[in-house]
Design a protein around this ligand. Structure first.
Ligand SMILES: NC(=O)c1ccc[n+]([C@@H]2O[C@H](COP(=O)([O-])OP(=O)(O)OC[C@H]3O[C@@H](n4cnc5c(N)ncnc54)[C@H](O)[C@@H]3O)[C@@H](O)[C@H]2O)c1
Length: 452
């Protein structure tokens, strides 16, 4: 099948590459000239495990192309994916200007005799498929001859994306489920064919109406944000009551109704999805006069959780961070990505700089994206140990695997205060106690042994 993917960011590039991998001819289009230039010349524009190989192979085989022209991209393509940004507007609602702008352009390009399925992969509020359809019809009416229209020339389908950054290729190639919102038999047939190679193990393609598909995506992300925030609140209780959140996590996670995943406490969720999607769902609720109380609590809990380590650090240094130097390991909002959008590490950096401290950072993939934000306000280290040079303490903000079993001798020798503030609970308390660190984490007893 011939496919156009509009928007070549995280979702668009993974979508385009994975559909090319199953033999389709894919053209990805983006308005970002630099991005298209790089991709066209075989340079990948983001870090995502496993993606580069697929990208290079399919590009070489002529199944994956890049262009800046929407018209070229959709020419001959029966399938058009929209993988466009839906950032929060000023009021917190999803801003649909990118999606509706492209819908307007599509209305002028689609021909009445040339059927297309337009598939919305972006995360959008309920009613967006209907809006896209209306904008296309209205825009086409401006260019079509009298008596002609596009009413039988296209269907708009909602196909929310559930991939997780860091394991996006795996998630896309073997999805737990594919959700498709459409009532059009023609679109259903095409979507079934398109996704068949991805569900060979028997995972379901769930067909539903457009509205339910649109809400499913928000419900999924909001539920996960609730789960994380709930555990973060349990961690707060553990610290106050002397319980150990790791034990509580294992104790509840073995209950099948609860499940083991998404129960790890930490310094809050970030990224390009959960924060904006929780906010957008709350706004959608407002618009239909429903007070979605859990969501307000989740947003509040998460904002506070990002600051969780700060009072601990302040207290350790008697509320005087001026002149102190901190090493931070981990900048990306989670491991295996270079995405720093809404990253908890940035909240910590801001707090430390405001308090008069200085900061050295290291992240295996997110250094460049962090440099765009902080420039020379912080020091960018060559590796995780280089970040420790002249540092008073180490702060861990992202749970990269390579931070899990570090050389503690090296850490101890470098740190002036021998203190580690761990926002991701990477190490065991007993181990830290034996090694003589001052060690504070999330939802567990503080280890206050001091060797220096
Ligand atoms: N990133 C994720 O993990 C993830 C997962 C599931 C769903 N989503 C949703 O998917 C959507 C896209 O997210 P993303 O992370 O890929 O965004 P992104 O910002 O990484 O990429 C969006 C791309 O669209 C391009 N673009 C903007 N206007 C355009 C236009 N008129 N024509 C062509 N290209 C245009 C931008 O230049 C950018 O490259 C959002 O709604 C997001 O919520 C994201």
């Amino acid at each position: 099948m011939k496919i156009a993917v509009v928007g070549t960011g995280y979702v668009g590039l993974v979508t385009g590459t994975c559909f090319a991998e199953t033999g389709n001819i894919v053209t990805c289009v983006d308005i970002d000239q630099e991005k298209i230039k790089k991709l066209s010349s075989g340079q990948i524009t983001m870090y995502e495990p496993g993606l580069e190989n697929l990208f290079l192979r399919n590009q070489k085989e002529g199944r994956l192309m890049f262009t800046q022209s929407l018209s070229d991209a959709i020419n001959g393509a029966e399938i058009i994916f929209l993988a466009l940004p839906t950032p929060p507007g000023e009021d917190g609602a999803a801003d649909l200007k990118y999606i509706l702008g492209v819908a307007e352009d599509l209305g002028k390009l689609i021909k009445p005799t040339d059927y297309k399925v337009i598939i919305d992969k972006s995360t959008v509020p309920v009613g967006t498929a209907e809006k896209v359809k209306n904008v296309i019809l209205q825009s086409s009416a401006k260019v079509l001859d009298v008596g002609k229209n596009l009413s039988n020339a296209f269907d708009v389908v909602s196909n929310p994306e559930f991939l997780r950054e860091g394991v996006a290729v795996e998630d896309f190639m073997k999805p737990d489920r594919v959700v498709i919102g459409t009532k059009s038999p023609r679109a259903i047939k095409i979507m079934n064919e398109l996704y068949a190679p991805f569900v060979r193990q028997g995972n379901p393609i769930i067909f539903m109406d457009e509205q339910s598909a649109e809400l499913t995506k928000y419900a999924a992300n909001a539920f996960l944000a609730v789960k994380i925030s709930f555990m973060n609140e349990i961690a707060q209780m553990c610290e106050r009551l002397g319980a150990d959140v790791d034990m509580v996590r294992k104790g509840i996670g073995s209950d099948e109704r609860i499940g083991k995943r998404f129960l790890f406490p930490g310094i809050g969720y970030g990224g390009s999805c959960f924060p904006k999607d929780v906010q957008a769902l709350a706004k959608s609720a407002d618009e239909v006069d429903y007070d979605f109380q859990i969501l307000d609590a989740v947003m509040k809990v998460n904002k506070e959780q990002k600051l969780h380590l700060i009072p601990k650090i302040n207290s350790f240094y008697s509320n005087n961070l001026s002149g102190k130097h901190f090493a931070i390991w981990g900048l990306a909002f989670k491991p295996n990505t270079d995405d720093v959008r809404e990253a908890p590490a940035f909240v910590i950096i801001d707090e430390l700089l405001n308090a008069g401290a200085t900061v050295s950072v290291f992240d295996p993939e997110a250094m460049k994206n962090t440099e765009y934000v902080y420039g020379n306000k912080i020091t960018f280290a060559q590796n995780q140990y280089d970040a420790l040079r002249n540092a008073d303490a180490l702060i861990i903000a992202t749970e990269w695997n390579e931070f899990r079993t570090p050389d503690f001798e090296k850490i101890s020798a470098a740190l002036k205060s021998n203190a580690i503030f761990d926002g991701r609970n990477l190490f065991e308390n007993s181990q830290m106690e034996n090694l003589g660190f001052h060690y504070e984490s999330v939802g567990r007893k503080a280890i206050t042994t001091l060797r220096k």
